[in-house]
Design a protein around this ligand. Structure first.
Ligand code: ATP
Length: 456
C-alpha cells in the first residue's frame, strides 16, 4: 500500500468527513439542497447537543448569578423597531443589471459584476430579517419577523425574570436558540448560514462596573473554548475598530478562531450599555429598571453580552480536532475530540459475531448505554472498526474476545494513544467514567497488561 503523507486540515476535508460519516448534510439534499441551510445528521446532532450542554452546564447550572430562558422565535414586531433592527440591520447591496445577482457593495472592487462583468446598480439597503405573516391574511399589519438574534427575547423578559427570581445585580440571563438572517453572502460550510443557533448571555451590571465585567467575560469565554480542548494558538481576541461597532455597542471584542479559510469570528463580546433596556422602555412604555435597595434608586443596568454561535463552535471544534497520522503504515484520520463533546463516548466491539460472544457484548453495551451514548459495531476487522471510531472521535473502544468469556476481563483501547489495557469487567464502568471525566486512571492494574495496537 502507498504511504500517504498526512496533510493539514482543509474545509474540503471537514465537509467530506461531515457528510461521509453523518455529521452534517446539505438541507433538503434530494431537491438539490437549499442554499446555506444545513441538517445535522446522527453524529452531528450529538456533537451539537454536547456543545450546547457544555455551555449550559458551565453558564447556567454552574453559576449562582445566571438563569436560563427559552423565548419564542416570533416576537411582537415592535421589538424590532425598539432594537433598531428595522432601521439598522441592513447591508448595502448592489444588483447586476444583466444577471440580477446581488452583492454586498463592500465586496465588489469596481462597478462590475464579479460573476458576469455586467453593470451594477447604485447600492441600496437590504434588511437581513426574514419576514412572514401572522394569521391567514398577508397584509402589512400582520408582518412578523423570524428573530435575527436571541438577545431581544431576553431584554423583553428582563422584568419577568427579575420579579420571579429576585436576582440582585450583577446577574445574567442565558439562552440558546435559533436565529435567522437573510445573509447576502453565505458560505464556508456552516460558518455563515441563514438559519443558525446562538448561545447568548445578557449580563446585567451596575453601569460603573461595566468595564470590569466586560474584561471578566472576555477571559471567561476564552477559557471556555480552551477547556473544551481548542488549541490556544488557534484563538485570538480582536477589538472592534470604532467604525465596526454595531449601533448599540459601546465596546466590542471578537473571539476569533483560525478556521481553514483564515481568522474569523467565533463569538462576539459587547458592552451594550443601557441601549436595549432604554429603547424597550421607550417603545413599550414599561419600566425597565432595577431598584437598588442600597441607594433607594431605580437604575438602568448596563449589559455585557457574550454572544456565541453554536454552528461556528461546531465547525471550530471539528477543524481543531481533525488530524491525519500514519499508523502501522496507513493513514489514520482521527478527531481528537474532547470526551465531553464526542458524539459517542464508547464503542463496544466484539471480536466475533459468534452467538455467545455477541450476547456477552450486548450485555456490556446495554449496561454502558445507560450512562453514555455508546456505539455497537461487530462488522469487519477490528482494525477497521478502530479506524472508523477514530474518524468520528470516539475516545474509547471496548473489545470483547473469547477469553473475556472465561476470565471476565475486557480490553479498553484509547483513541489518542492507541494504548490498550485489559481490566476486569466489574471495574469497566468506573474506569470509563473516570477517564471520561478527565482523570488519568489509565494505569496498569496489578497483574494487568498494557500494549500498543498491532497492525490491522
Ligand atoms: P459576522 O460579522 O460574521 O456576520 P456578526 O458580528 O454579525 O457576525 P453577531 O451579531 O455578533 O454576529 O452574532 C453573534 C454570533 O452569532 C457570531 O459570533 C456567530 O458565532 C453567530 N452568527 C452570526 N451570524 C451567523 C450566521 N449567519 N451563521 C452562523 N452563525 C452566525
Amino acid at each position: 500500500m502507498m504511504e500517504k503523507t498526512p496533510g493539514s486540515v482543509t474545509m474540503e476535508k471537514i465537509v467530506s468527513l461531515s457528510q461521509r460519516r453523518g455529521f452534517i448534510f446539505p438541507s433538503s439534499e434530494i431537491y438539490g439542497g437549499l442554499s446555506s441551510c444545513w441538517d445535522y445528521g446522527p453524529l452531528g446532532v450529538e456533537l451539537k447537543r454536547n456543545v450546547k450542554q457544555a455551555w449550559w452546564r458551565d453558564i447556567v447550572q454552574g453559576r449562582d448569578d445566571m438563569v436560563g430562558l427559552d423565548a419564542s422565535i416570533l416576537m411582537h414586531p415592535q421589538t424590532w423597531a425598539a432594537s433598531g433592527h428595522l432601521e439598522q440591520f441592513a447591508d448595502p447591496l448592489v444588483e447586476c443589471k444583466q444577471c440580477h445577482q446581488r452583492w454586498r457593495s463592500d465586496e465588489v472592487a469596481d462597478n462590475s459584476c464579479p460573476s458576469c462583468g455586467g453593470e451594477l446598480t447604485e447600492p441600496h439597503l437590504f434588511n437581513l430579517m426574514f419576514k412572514t405573516f401572522m394569521g391567514p391574511v398577508e397584509e402589512d399589519a400582520n408582518v412578523v419577523y423570524l428573530r435575527p438574534e436571541t438577545a431581544q427575547g431576553i431584554f423583553v423578559n428582563f422584568q419577568n425574570v427579575l420579579t420571579t427570581t429576585r436576582k440582585r445585580l450583577p446577574f445574567g440571563i442565558a439562552q440558546v436558540g435559533k436565529a435567522f438572517r437573510n445573509e447576502i453572502t453565505t458560505g464556508n460550510f456552516i460558518f455563515r448560514s441563514r438559519e443558525f443557533e446562538q448561545m447568548e448571555i445578557e449580563y446585567f451590571v451596575r453601569p460603573e462596573t461595566a468595564d470590569k465585567w466586560f474584561d471578566y467575560w472576555l477571559e471567561e469565554r476564552r477559557k471556555w473554548y480552551l477547556n473544551l480542548g481548542i488549541r490556544k494558538e488557534n484563538l485570538r481576541l480582536r477589538p472592534h475598530r470604532d467604525e465596526e461597532l454595531a449601533h448599540y455597542a459601546k465596546k466590542c471584542y471578537d473571539i476569533d478562531y483560525n478556521f481553514p479559510m483564515g481568522w474569523a469570528e467565533l463569538e462576539g463580546i459587547a458592552n451594550r450599555g443601557d441601549y436595549d433596556l432604554a429603547q424597550h422602555a421607550k417603545h413599550s412604555g414599561k419600566e425597565m429598571t432595577y431598584f437598588d435597595e442600597e441607594s433607594g434608586e431605580h437604575i438602568v443596568p448596563y449589559i455585557i453580552e457574550p454572544s456565541a454561535g453554536v454552528d461556528r463552535s461546531v465547525l471550530a471544534i471539528l477543524c481543531d480536532a481533525y488530524d491525519e497520522e500514519i499508523a502501522q503504515g496507513e493513514l489514520r484520520v482521527v478527531l481528537h475530540l474532547h470526551p465531553t463533546l464526542a458524539p459517542y463516548k464508547v464503542a463496544v466491539l466484539p471480536l466475533s459475531k459468534k452467538e455467545n460472544l455477541g450476547k456477552f457484548a450486548r450485555e456490556v453495551y446495554d449496561d454502558l448505554r445507560q450512562c453514555w451514548m455508546v456505539h455497537y459495531d461487530d462488522t469487519q476487522s477490528i482494525g477497521r472498526r478502530y479506524r472508523r471510531q477514530d474518524e468520528v472521535g470516539t475516545p474509547y473502544g471496548v473489545t470483547i474476545d473469547f477469553q473475556s468469556l472465561e476470565d471476565n476481563q475486557i480490553t479498553i483501547r484509547e483513541r489518542d494513544s492507541m494504548n490498550q489495557i485489559r481490566v476486569p469487567i466489574a471495574t469497566l464502568k468506573e474506569t470509563l467514567a473516570a477517564k471520561l471525566a478527565g482523570q488519568d486512571l489509565f494505569v496498569l492494574p496489578e497483574g494487568g497488561q498494557i500494549w500498543k495496537e498491532e497492525g490491522t
